[in-house]
Design a protein around this ligand. Structure first.
Ligand SMILES: CC(C)(COP(=O)(O)OP(=O)(O)OC[C@H]1O[C@@H](n2cnc3c(N)ncnc32)[C@H](O)[C@@H]1OP(=O)(O)O)[C@@H](O)C(=O)NCCC(=O)NCCS
Length: 229
């Protein structure tokens, strides 16, 4: 397992964790990691989770990635060393992750976001209002997306300012930053402008909204981060 850290100046940090041999992880090793990183209530939720092995792994490694990122952030921003078990990764009703204290502490924690692709976990943390992150492996086929592009998006693809995959990533990252998620409808989050390094996303429910998604240069991945200041 390897973790890389990218900084989205000056507001956010993104931790990319690559988990090799996802399917080969034995249950015993997962149990050890769970006991090492999760609070008692998180461990109970994880142990009672009715899901396939890969989803249970994804959930666990996602929580570890988020906690690692929050601990590193607190160390860097506040010179405060905290233990992973002093944090709980809760979720909003809509499913967005939130870092909260498991112990009595007053200091504000950063906002967080999480995304997974096969064998990859990406955790973003930020001291701003909100953050959204999404990741896809570059070889993922997104041809079906072509059917739901707006005229502007079609033009951006034709001008090589965006790809079908970067469009999906930008929409996901922006919709996560708002805390809603895509809701299964890519058309709800139109891209109104962009270049290969950044896309600007709006929302059909709020056309005034303009969210910038930055793309990070990580080999093999399309990784977008939306920081709302
Ligand atoms: C819910 C949604 C965020 C899930 O996205 P996904 O592509 O399936 O999965 P990702 O790995 O990118 O992200 C999953 C993480 O997003 C986070 N998330 C879930 N709901 C969220 C929300 N409302 N706001 C912000 N973050 C959210 C969670 O942390 C989740 O991981 P966890 O369940 O392990 O905690 C959302 O965008 C969605 O509706 N997806 C459906 C897929 C879809 O419509 N695809 C069409 C494109 S081809």
């Amino acid at each position: 397992m390897a973790t890389y850290v990218c900084v989205v100046e000056p507001f956010a940090r993104v931790h990319v964790t690559v988990v090799d041999e996802v399917k080969a992880y034995p249950e015993e090793m997962l149990q050890q990691r769970g006991a090492q990183w999760l609070t008692a209530s998180e461990l109970a939720s994880w142990e009672s989770m009715q899901a396939k092995h890969t989803r249970r792994m994804e959930w666990l490694f996602g929580r570890i990635a988020l906690k690692e990122a929050v601990c590193a952030w607190m160390q860097e921003m506040h010179s405060m060393k905290i233990d992973a078990k002093e944090l709980i990764i809760a979720r909003t009703e809509a499913g967005a992750p939130q870092a909260t204290w498991a112990v009595d502490r007053a200091l504000e924690l950063p906002v967080v976001s999480l995304a997974h692709a096969p064998g990859v976990m990406v955790a973003a943390v930020s001291g701003t209002e909100s953050v959204g992150v999404d990741v896809e492996r570059v070889d993922r086929q997104a041809t079906v997306v072509a059917r739901v592009l707006t005229d502007t998006e079609t033009a951006l693809v034709a001008q090589e300012q965006m790809t079908l995959l970067s469009a999906v990533v930008a929409k996901e990252a922006a919709s996560k930053a708002v805390g809603l998620g895509l809701g299964g409808d890519l058309r709800r989050w139109p891209i109104v402008a962009g270049s290969p390094s950044e896309h600007f996303v709006s929302c059909v429910d709020d056309p005034e909204l303009l969210l910038k998604v930055d793309f990070l240069n990580v080999p093999g991945l399309v990784l977008g981060v939306c920081v709302v200041v």
